[in-house]
Design a protein around this ligand. Structure first.
Ligand SMILES: [Zn+2]
Ligand SMILES: [Zn+2]
Ligand SMILES: [Zn+2]
Length: 290
């Protein structure tokens, strides 16, 4: 369901009402004392950690936090819950976290490590009747091409995923949460990060894949409670921020806490001990209650 645009301080805001009830999957109660909970479904780079066939110290680490599935987060609010991206590991992640309710999916971009679990939204789509999908025009175009069997509206096979496309053209609301797209460079392409705000409070900025954060985006997320940001490794990379670059962004944004994500096998969890106070390396399964 799509209501017409409203105006707020940051420009056009589209409001979406979601049918929040899932008929067949019991609702989980982990958010009772929180207005927004973030669960890190995955914190790894596109190949995951350990990497296939690698014998490095991190890939063989005994610390379970060094095992990272593809990057994605699950957000729960009192009204509704959604995932940001459905990567290759989405099914494994949903089972591990015992996810019972997904009312929508919001995509950052269409690289395979962020979309290839899309079809495993079926269980949640069946429970709701359809699955609202939020993505930029470019990402939606790619989703429609790769998962044509699902977007094909003339297909009436009842057990197929039924996506309900919502092309993101500016900030939009999922019931009580304002979601502001944050376009950032990711190598040669521009992809979306997102700012999640409730009651005019900037709660979480999620920038999982970026090679720079422009000044206008820094301004937009300045003072956010939690900054979740790409920090692939110490060495520079053409499409991802390094640890040093991510720290520079954190210094500019001044969040209460910073969590690194999209991490490769060069960066062990133990490297957190050399980071400044308030800067953490996220790990799979970590939950933040805001
Ligand atoms: Zn990625
Ligand atoms: Zn390795
Ligand atoms: Zn990417």
């Amino acid at each position: 369901m799509r209501n017409k645009a409203r105006t707020a301080g940051i420009g056009k805001v589209e409001s979406f009402s979601l049918r929040a009830e899932s008929a067949s999957l019991p609702i989980q109660s982990s958010i009772l004392n929180s207005q927004l909970t973030v669960t890190f479904l995955g914190t790894g780079t596109s190949q995951g950690v350990p990497m296939i066939g690698c014998d490095c110290n991190v890939c063989r680490s005994p610390d379970p936090r060094d095992q990272r599935l593809r990057s994605s987060i699950y957000i729960e609010t009192p009204e509704c819950s959604w995932v940001v991206d459905t990567g290759t590991d989405f099914r494994t992640q949903a089972l591990r976290e015992n996810i019972r309710k997904v009312d929508a999916v919001v995509f950052t971009h269409s690289h395979t490590d962020h979309i290839m679990g899309f079809d495993d939204l079926r269980r949640f789509s069946h429970a709701r009747g359809s699955m609202p999908v939020y993505a930029s025009p470019e990402t939606m175009r790619d989703l429609e091409r790769v998962f044509r069997f699902a977007f094909n509206t003339s297909n009436l096979v009842p057990y197929y995923l039924k996506p309900e496309p919502h092309v993101i053209e500016g900030p939009f609301k999922l019931v009580g949460t304002l979601i502001t797209p944050l376009p950032v460079p990711h190598g040669d392409s521009i992809v979306n990060g997102y700012l999640f705000s409730r009651a005019d409070q900037k709660l979480v900025a999620y920038l999982s894949d970026c090679s720079a954060v422009p000044a206008a985006i820094v301004d937009l997320i300045s003072g956010v409670k939690v900054l979740i940001i790409d920090a692939l490794r110490d060495r520079p990379h053409p499409t991802h921020l390094s640890v040093g670059q991510a720290l520079e962004v954190a210094t500019q944004v001044q969040p209460r806490d910073t969590y690194f994500t999209h991490i490769c096998h060069d960066l062990p969890q133990s490297a957190e001990s050399r980071l400044p106070a308030g800067v953490h390396i996220a790990y799979d399964g970590l939950k933040l209650r805001l």
